[in-house]
Design a protein around this ligand. Structure first.
Ligand code: TRP
Length: 367
């Protein structure tokens, strides 16, 4: 796994070991409950399962030292539920802790890493994606969205200070770069480090920063954390999520270029229902067998969707699990129940997205 490519089934506990992060455990969740008034289901269920320095962030918060949130997204022609997963927790964190959010749009990254042939196209898609971001309900007073190529005058002096402390050996060892990589790709991680420090620069004093992101983004921030003290800043803290599995199964690649693997934010009701209907489950080969032996929710991506996003109610989630195991619940009806929830979510999102069109400038940071 790299920030740009994921193959096969991911062993999440191994990543904690290999990356040297901390698992999110019960005492930390109790602290969150005390300070936030509740624990978001994604935290409680281990969808966000790993962290760096979250305890320190809460120490500072208790001392009255507020933190800022930072997350980001590379422009994508198909924003899907997997992309939105960290945004849901970020929104909850913003609401619960009244935290300011920096949202970086890496049009430079997706141009350099060849997701887009032309930079103009990456920028255009960036603005389309911003509608999906705003539609999540972030508070315009507390949210700053920016494109790397537009906010560059502000960011560049910070990026080169970061870059000066990163050798080619380091970036090659962390990301596996080769001689054929272009030099923009090699430099890019310094751009992703910049927003960690933007609020400290703005306030002229160090401000703690925490980054909700997919665990695949951690390599960037390992580097940013090494460099931060060299520039006199706090190390950014992190909250790592698992990646939403593909509808075609846990090992299958989830990809915007393979529409049957993901539900897009823009999918119609019909498309969403069809994809969920065709999703891989932990079901048996016949109804008779399923009634007799039960299904296996632990390997089922339909169940994963209930668990990751769509069933906030703990008791009902358990009922889904138990009735699947016992054979009382069949895959067909379970898929319809999930599809109803997904469709309701998409309809709400799509309406919010239309309303967002008039509010873009309230969120944008510009030089
Ligand atoms: N590299 C991320 C992507 O491919 C975008 C990104 C930039 C990001 N900064 C971030 C993601 C901070 C999470 C947190 O989409």
């Amino acid at each position: 796994m790299t920030p740009w490519e994921v193959h096969g089934v991911i062993d999440y506990s191994k990543l904690i070991e290999r990356f040297g992060t901390q698992p999110i455990q019960a005492p930390l969740l109790e602290r969150v409950r005390r300070l936030a008034g509740e624990v978001h289901p994604m935290l409680a269920r281990g969808v966000f399962y790993s962290h760096r320095d979250f305890n320190w962030i809460l120490d500072e918060y208790e001392k009255g030292n507020k933190f800022v949130l930072y997350t980001g997204r590379g422009p994508s022609s198909g924003i899907h539920l997997g992309h939105m997963l960290p945004w849901l927790l970020t929104k909850w964190m913003q609401d619960r802790f009244r935290a300011k959010l920096y949202f970086q749009i890496t049009d430079d990254e997706k141009f350099l890493f060849k997701d887009f042939e032309s930079l103009e196209e990456a920028q255009k898609i960036a603005y389309d994606n911003i509608l999906d971001i705003i539609a999540m309900g972030f508070d315009p007073k507390l949210t700053r969205i920016f494109l790397d190529t537009e906010y560059i005058r502000h960011m560049y002096p910070v990026a080169i200070r970061v870059a000066k402390h990163i050798t080619f050996s380091t970036t090659r060892a962390v990301f596996g770069f080769e001689h054929s990589n272009n030099i923009g790709e090699i430099f890019y991680t310094s751009m992703q480090a910049v927003p960690c420090f933007l609020e400290s620069i703005e306030q002229g004093k160090n401000v703690p920063c925490i980054i909700p992101c997919g665990i695949d983004q951690d390599p960037h921030f390992r580097i940013a954390r090494d460099v931060a003290p060299l520039l006199g800043y706090y190390k950014p803290a992190l909250l790592h999520s698992k990646l939403l599995p593909s509808l075609q199964g846990f090992g299958a690649k989830m990809s915007s270029s393979q529409p049957e693997t993901v539900i897009f934010a823009a999918d119609s009701e019909k498309e969403a229902r069809r994809k969920i209907g065709e999703a891989l489950t932990g079901g048996r080969t016949s109804v008779e067998e399923q009634r007799r032996l039960g299904g296996n929710p632990d390997i089922c991506v339909v169940y994963a969707n209930y668990q990751y996003i769509f069933e906030p109610d703990e008791d009902h989630l358990k009922a889904v699990y138990d009735t699947c195991r016992s054979g009382a619940r069949l895959c067909g009806e379970c898929k319809v129940e999930l599809a109803d929830k997904v469709v309701a979510f998409l309809k709400r999102h799509q309406a919010n997205r239309e309303r967002a069109r008039e509010h873009v400038e309230e969120f944008m940071l510009r030089d």
